[in-house]
Design a protein around this ligand. Structure first.
Ligand code: SAH
Length: 362
């Protein structure tokens, strides 16, 4: 039994079942036992691998995108370059290395990272130590100072908590996590909530089905606030994540442990827990906040339009045979439809007066 499982069972015994959202928050962010709080989960030895960990090209091309966006903003002399959930700091490090030669860009930059995990903050500090730029850390994005800003969020929104609603025999209810009476574990229960359908996205309402549906209130709140911020101070938000372009019924909550799917309730705090991002709702929240929104564009198409093939060619020229194989495999994984190319999507929220961002032209 994991330490967090013990703690959650004690809490349920004392105060009753907890929502899926509360369960997910505790699994990822519990100050003592939360998955991200205690470990570096990335890479071969970890539980999952993200795009910046697969190839340096990913961050380099995002750097190019940021530099172009900065120029489209009129090259302001001060720019906040921020990242939400920076993991090991690899993406930001590649972004900064690739943009060193862009005249005036680094002089304008203030780097702000939003990270809740003390372990990952330390890792980010080490990764970014050699950049020569000041880096500021925040627990919440609302603590980032005012001013024009470009935000990156790669695999951040999928880690934000969701609520699940389902139509059972007795009508609509919200899924909660309860103690399993038949063992030492946990189980899902449905708590009656007749008003649940009010929370359904307009698209699902129109589809008229009655399966399980998920919402991520925190994602919507953050996207709305980012949209407002971009409209007020100028700048852009680039979101890359996995999920669906149009909301669907069905469960997407999943746990990953040692690169394998794991039952969601089995190892609280010891497996990564995420849910598919509902891009339609996320984009609506950005737009409600006042931003102009572009996408979703498949990650494959996005990287191809920014020139991943050409960048790979340059890297291949200086590589030995083993490196060539690994570069080609990384390229394929990032852009192909069997890999991340289609499931992962890119969305940009932009100040309404700015021209179409790079890679989003039709
Ligand atoms: N962007 C990185 C890491 C993705 S994993 C990459 O692509 O490799 C999710 C990241 O978000 C981790 O750094 C995690 O600690 C952080 N995180 C999760 N929930 C968060 C929250 N509520 N606020 C701030 N950071 C959070």
């Amino acid at each position: 039994m994991t330490a967090l499982l013990k703690s959650i069972r004690r809490e349920i015994e004392a105060t009753g079942p907890i929502s899926v959202s509360d369960f997910m928050t505790q699994c990822l962010c519990h100050p003592k036992y939360g998955y991200y709080m205690t470990r570096d989960p990335f890479g071969v030895a970890g539980d999952f691998t993200t795009a910046p960990e697969i190839s340096q090209c990913f961050g380099e091309l995002l750097g190019l995108w940021a530099a172009i966006t900065w120029q489209q903003m009129g090259s302001p002399s001060s720019l906040i370059l921020a990242e939400l959930g920076p993991g090991r700091g690899t993406l930001m490090s590649d972004v900064l290395r690739a943009t060193k030669a862009v005249p005036g860009f680094h002089d304008a930059l203030n780097i702000h990272l939003v990270e809740i995990s003390p372990t990952l903050k330390e890792k980010q500090k080490a990764t970014l130590a050699g950049t020569g730029l000041d880096v500021f850390w925040h627990d919440s994005f609302s603590d980032i100072p005012d001013g024009p800003a470009i935000f990156f969020a790669n695999e951040f929104f999928d880690a934000l908590p969701i609520r699940q609603f389902e139509k059972g025999e007795k009508g609509w209810g919200e899924r909660f996590v309860d103690i399993d009476p038949d063992g030492a574990g946990l189980r899902f229960v449905l708590q009656k909530d007749e008003a649940a359908t009010a929370l359904m996205s307009p698209t699902l309402k129109e589809k008229g089905g009655a399966g399980l549906f998920e919402i991520s209130p925190l994602s919507q709140t953050i996207a709305y606030a980012l949209g407002e911020r971009v409209k007020t101070f100028g700048g852009a938000v680039l979101v890359i994540d996995y999920g669906y372009a149009i909301p669907e019924f069905g469960e997407t909550l999943q746990a990953l442990k040692d690169h394998q799917f794991d039952p969601v309730l089995a190892h609280p705090g010891e497996a990564d827990i995420t849910a598919h991002v509902d891009f339609e709702t996320l984009m609506r929240s950005f737009a409600d906040g006042g931003a102009c929104v572009f996408g979703p564009l498949g990650q494959g198409m996005f990287l191809e339009r920014l020139g991943i093939a050409q960048r790979m060619q340059v890297l291949l020229q200086n590589a030995n045979e083993a490196q060539r194989q690994s570069l080609m495999a990384a390229h394929k994984r990032l852009v192909s439809n069997e890999g991340m190319g289609d499931l992962f999507k890119v969305v940009c929220a932009l100040h309404p007066d700015q021209p179409t961002p790079a890679a989003f032209e039709v």
